[in-house]
Ligand binder design. Structure first.
Ligand SMILES: Nc1ncnc2c1ncn2[C@@H]1O[C@H](COP(=O)(O)OP(=O)(O)O)[C@@H](O)[C@H]1O
Ligand SMILES: [Mg+2]
Length: 419
């Protein structure tokens, strides 16, 4: 990203769409629209000329479609990140866009928040390489940092869409695991732009993952100890950046280094995530022994969940690493759970009931529900979820279990070729 504002090129054949996107971005202080193209070829030429940080690319255009133009741009201007924009109901598009080199995918119509989050996210291209100081896992703990007592289980809470309850479930799962085991549980918030764990756990002004970036070259358990916030339950938390602007500086390398150190310190690492497949998400997925894929009883979420499962499979993640968790289970949505399971072709293992009032209360109080309402139906299901995590045999995921390193694109290409 250039030192100043994020420079954007819009490529869309419909004038109204181009103008709408430009209007949406007009009042954002950190972005600047540097060009607009109405044809694919023109988009490529302008991208070569202007080397924008981000290209917002429409898919359907008369001369050359956005997929082809994206392929060309990502090859000729590698410093540019392409965000694909497409109308919904194009189930294959996400995969095609990613194969072409797009870094993000926006379904039209999108909100300003979605647009700006995607733009800020992909624009962090200059990524400093950070290596964690590698330490011997089995080294006996000297005085100082608390250490894992056995194999570390890394469990991520993921979803194809925002707002399905990842943060709520992550917090309550972490606290419940701590209650049940009294082992070291660390909760990591990787929802970098709009992380909510701090609020859910009443962390006040604690340090965050940004403090790791500042000291990445000397990251070790001791330093991590100083950055983690300790919740009254004993769960320790690595919070996400305090502002979306600061989120930009956290890279996949930082995250890898962080996870390296956390596995020396914790028996369980629970990771809250944001939607979308990007470098950070892939880092999380690579590290996760289990991914709890949350969904709600809504047709759009169910459709997106199907896509998530497809992409995860293309990327080489074994399907049994992903477990389906239905959240906000209710009787009024009109879609029976068994229909959802059938639609997805997968078992839904956990069903967390909906209780708007109880959850709202716990969120606004900053007290996890599993602490304040130990007999609540939600608590009972979270307890069942936690028990299943305790029972998980430590799997030494082999080459098939953990997807190999390498960029999203190259992995998708490989997956695609071999399928
Ligand atoms: N089981 C539930 N019952 C009622 N409300 C819930 C439940 N789970 C989550 N919520 C509410 O849904 C909203 C989204 O939850 P959140 O954890 O922030 O989602 P995400 O992290 O996936 O974006 C919040 O307002 C939260 O209080
Ligand atoms: Mg969240």
């Amino acid at each position: 990203m250039s030192a100043g504002r994020i420079r954007i090129l819009i490529v869309d054949d419909v004038a109204e769409s181009r103008d709408n996107v430009e209007k949406l971005l007009r009042f954002e202080p950190d972005v600047e629209v540097v060009g607009k193209a109405e044809r694919g070829q023109q988009g490529i030429d302008m991208a070569v000329d202007l080397t924008p940080d981000v290209v917002l690319m429409d898919i359907n255009m008369p001369d050359m479609d956005g997929i082809e133009a994206t392929m060309e741009i990502t090859t000729r201007v590698p410093s540019t990140a392409v965000i694909m924009m497409s109308v919904q109901n194009e189930p294959d598009m996400l995969r095609r866009a990613m194969l072409a080199g797009a870094r993000e995918f926006l379904s039209k119509p999108f909100s300003l928040d979605e647009l700006i989050e995607a733009v800020r996210h992909v624009s962090k291209l200059a990524r400093p390489v950070v290596q964690a100081q590698t330490q011997d896992h089995s080294e006996p703990g000297t005085a100082g940092p608390r250490r894992a007592t056995g194999d570390t289980k890394i469990i991520s809470v993921v979803s194809s869409k925002g707002g399905v309850g990842r943060s709520f479930v992550s917090v309550n799962l972490a606290v419940e695991l701590r209650k049940m085991t009294q082992k070291e549980v660390i909760l990591l918030d990787t929802s970098m732009h709009f992380g909510d764990i701090g609020v859910l756990m009443n962390s006040g002004d604690a340090k965050t993952i940004v403090d790791i970036v500042d000291q990445a070259h000397s990251l070790d358990a001791e330093l991590m100890e100083d950055i983690l916030f300790t919740h009254s339950s004993g769960v320790r938390v690595l919070l996400s950046p305090p502002t979306p602007q600061e989120a930009e500086i956290v890279t996949a390398d930082h995250l890898r280094a962080t996870l390296n150190v956390l596995t020396q310190m914790a028996d369980y690492v629970i990771i809250d995530t944001r939607p979308g497949f990007d470098d950070l998400m892939l880092t999380v997925m690579d590290a996760s022994e289990r991914m709890l894929l949350l969904l709600s009883m809504e047709m759009t979420t169910i459709k997106d969940t199907t896509q998530f499962l497809e992409i995860a499979s293309l990327l080489g993640y074994q399907s049994d690493r992903i477990r389906l968790v239905l959240n906000r289970m209710n009787t009024y949505s009109g879609i029976p759970t068994r229909d959802i399971a059938e639609n997805l072709g997968r078992e839904i293992e956990f069903q967390i009931p909906e209780d708007v009032q109880a959850v709202l209360h716990s969120v606004n109080e900053g007290t996890p529900l599993v602490e304040s309402r130990t007999d609540h139906r939600i608590t009972q299901e979270i307890r069942r979820l936690a028990s299943s995590m305790i029972d998980v045999e430590a799997e030494n995921a082999g080459p098939d279990g953990k997807a190999s390193r390498g960029g999203l694109m190259s992995r998708l290409r490989t997956a695609f070729r071999s399928s």
